[in-house]
Design a binder for this molecule. Structure first.
Ligand SMILES: [Mn+2]
Length: 327
């Protein structure tokens, strides 16, 4: 008797397309989804075999934030996508949530000019859609800080095994619920530290109160660091941001204390996908098991995806993107 092999292999792992920071570039998002073979039918974008995971930062800066949120949430509601929380969704929750009675905060994020500038476009675009914005804010509470699949991991900016396992104990859903959101606004809180590290990454403070001037004209007293550096010796070995360090600073030796603050995501761990870092070069893995998918879409860069199957060594060939023009 002959068995007929069918094409469907039910034991095969689900394939995912991981999509970088959208920041309100809804047209580019639709172009990218279509380019990957997704079609809008029965209420959302779908692919016959694949699903999407967004790395967070759907909101802020761009021209079509409301549309982008609808596209993403519709896919998630129909079980066609998942998402992790970005620092911009977290900011939005803090900015729009009043402090508890008797707390030091009127809002969890103070309404000053700097904070308002970050969220301005989002609030403007929802000006006539207050109820919708409230619903999206409520939904942000249901977004996990990280996703762990059998064969890969996703987080907005930085994977830290130790704090992730501690966070799981206080939040079994891996989400930032109302209570954790309020806690996180307190300086030195554990939840605040976790959210900051996972959604904004690691950084080192410049010694002696020194600052560096960013391309945006703002003076910074910190610089962003790799969370995967292996036995680094100098600042240059760990710096990871669009603005390079001045040459003399880059050559400085890391102190023992600075080394202690650094993370080392080992090359033997599962592949991890992040967004967040405003990359600008040709999309490629950073190392074999880490890929950043944020290629500055909202600054007319690229909206980038990685087509993940079952590989453990990430490959340049599996990136796909659309160039972002003025929407
Ligand atoms: Mn971002």
């Amino acid at each position: 008797m002959e068995f007929i092999k069918t094409k469907t292999n039910t034991s095969a792992k689900q394939a995912y397309d991981l999509i970088g920071d959208v920041h309100g570039c809804a047209h580019s998002l639709e172009s990218l989804l279509k380019k990957m073979g997704y079609q809008h039918r029965q209420g959302c974008y779908r692919h016959p075999q694949r699903k999407v995971i967004f790395v967070g930062d759907i909101v802020d800066r761009g021209p079509r934030i409301r549309e982008a949120l609808h596209i993403v949430k519709d896919m998630i509601d129909q079980n066609q996508a998942e998402i992790v929380l970005g620092n911009h969704e977290y900011n939005a929750m803090c900015y729009c949530t009043e402090g508890r009675k008797g707390s030091a905060h009127q809002y969890l994020r103070e309404h000053n000019a700097r904070h308002h500038r970050l969220i301005r476009e989002t609030l403007e675009q929802f000006e006539d859609f207050h109820q919708e914005w409230k619903e999206f804010l409520a939904w942000f509470h249901e977004i996990p800080l990280f996703i762990e699949k059998e064969n890969f991991r996703v987080v907005h900016a930085c994977w830290d095994n130790e704090i992730i396992s501690r966070f799981k104990e206080i939040s079994p859903t891996h989400c930032v619920n109302e209570g954790l959101l309020h806690d996180s606004a307190e300086i030195g809180s554990f939840s605040g530290g976790v959210i900051d590290k996972l959604t904004r990454g690691t950084a080192l403070e410049l010694p002696n109160g020194e600052t560096i001037l960013g391309k945006d004209g703002l003076a910074r007293h910190m610089f962003r660091t790799k969370f995967w550096s292996d036995n680094p010796q100098t600042y240059n070995d760990v710096v990871f941001q669009p603005d390079p360090l001045p040459v003399d600073m880059a050559q400085r030796t890391l102190s023992a204390i600075e080394k202690q603050k650094l993370l080392h995501y080992s090359s033997s761990e599962l592949p991890v996908f992040v967004g967040h870092y405003w990359m600008s070069s040709e999309p490629a893995p950073i190392i074999d098991n880490i890929a950043c998918l944020d290629y500055s879409a909202v600054k007319y860069g690229r909206l980038v995806a990685y087509r993940m199957d079952d590989e453990q060594c990430l490959s340049r060939e599996k990136f796909i993107w659309v160039d972002v023009s003025r929407e």
